[in-house]
Structure formats: structure tokens, C-alpha cells
Design a binder for this molecule. Sequence first.
Ligand code: DC
Length: 235
Amino acid sequence: MEKKLINVAIDGTSSSGKSTMAKALAKYAGYTYIDTGAMYRAVTLYCLQHGLIADGKVDVDRLVPQLANISITFKVEGGVQETYLNGVNVEKEIRGLEVSNNVSPVAAVPQVRHALVHLQQEMGKNKGVVMDGRDIGTTVLPDAEIKIYVTSSAEIRALRRYREMQAKGDTSVTLADIVKNVQMRDHIDTTRKESPLRKAEGAYELDSTPMSADEQNQWMIDYYKRWMASHGYQA
Ligand code: DC
């Protein structure tokens, strides 16, 4: 059987387990995993470092001419992918609260989206990529051979985040607060003007609510294996 490289687009809401399953598939298939959320987070960090965002408002006029100076790359270290902003490892910083609290307005700037979408399309042009985000199947890689749209109930996603925070010793918020926050972010993601989160044409919708992380990862690998076999390719 012929060995063939394909692209896999995984979209879905936050905390739906999409990045874990994307990484599991990339490892299984020997593909490159691309975390597009990390790219929006890196641009947000750049804005924070350069005073280009205040009170949730982005200084678009000053940011746009600087977009060409922002280089975002990934390097795999010890099997783990790390994000670099202009040559500096920013993996830890982009996961922090300050970036999380400011990323939505940055990701809503059309010029930021155009620049990052272009970069993501370049990364996917030679195939062999598993990319996750909100607009991969609809906008970035509409020709991806496999498209998955992951959903999960707001309650279960909030519970996952709540447990993560508790494990880190953060007891400042209640589960009910997190449910509200998850619902609010879903609303922003699905109703924004520029590339809203929605199921792409031809995407398979997976409801991960009843699944454990291991089950979800295995489901993704099995789906890929079935897709390859049914198209006459070696997985
Ligand atoms: O997946 P994440 O939580 O790391 O994403 C961070 C933010 O970036 C989130 O607010 C949604 C946004 N995002 C986006 O608009 N488009 C993408 N392709 C990926 C993420």
C-alpha cells in the first residue's frame, strides 16, 4: 500500500481535549503538531511586552506595522513542543493568566488573523500536519483530508479546568464561576465576526463529554487508521 501524508484539522472549544488528541495522533502518525492557539498567545505576549494592549483594547494602528517583525516558531525538546517568540522560548509565559486574559481581543484583530492564517497555511502546505484551533477546517486548511469538530458539555469542560486549578493549589474560584466563564468564552468564540468557531463542511463531530482523555486519544488514532485504510493508504 502507498504511504501518504495527509493534513488533519481539529477544531473545537477550549478544554474539549482537542490538543491532547491532536498531539496523540501526531505522535502516532509521525506528523507535526501545530498548536495555533499558542501562536495567538505569542502575539498577545508581544503586545503585552510592547505596551500594545491596555484594558482589553489593542492598539491596532501601532501593532499592524510591527506584525512583520514577529517571528513565531516551534521546537520539539525532549518530545515536548515549545513555542518561540523572536527566538526566545515563551512556552511558560504564554500559558499564564496575563496572556489568557488578553488573548481574545488580540485573536479578534483581522490583520493578526490574516498574518497567522498565512503562516499556518505555509506550515501545512507539504502535508503531514495535525493542526488544532478554532478555524482550521473552515479557513486555514479547508482541504484537510480529515476534519474533526470536538464538542463537550460546558459542565464537564469546566470541571476539567476546576480540577486542574485545584491540583495547582488555586482555590480562589468556584466551579459555578468556571461554568459561567466557559459559557461566556463559547459565546465569544462562536459569535465573533472574523472566523467564528463553527463546524467545517465535511467535519466529523465528536462529542467528547463521556470520554476519558485516553479514550479520546485512542478514538482519534482509530479514526485516522480507518480513514487511511478506507482510502487505500498505509497508516
Ligand atoms: O486554544 P487556546 O485556548 O490556546 O487558544 C487561545 C486563544 O486563541 C483563544 O481565545 C481562541 C484563540 N484562537 C483562535 O481564535 N483561533 C485559533 N485557530 C486558535 C486559537
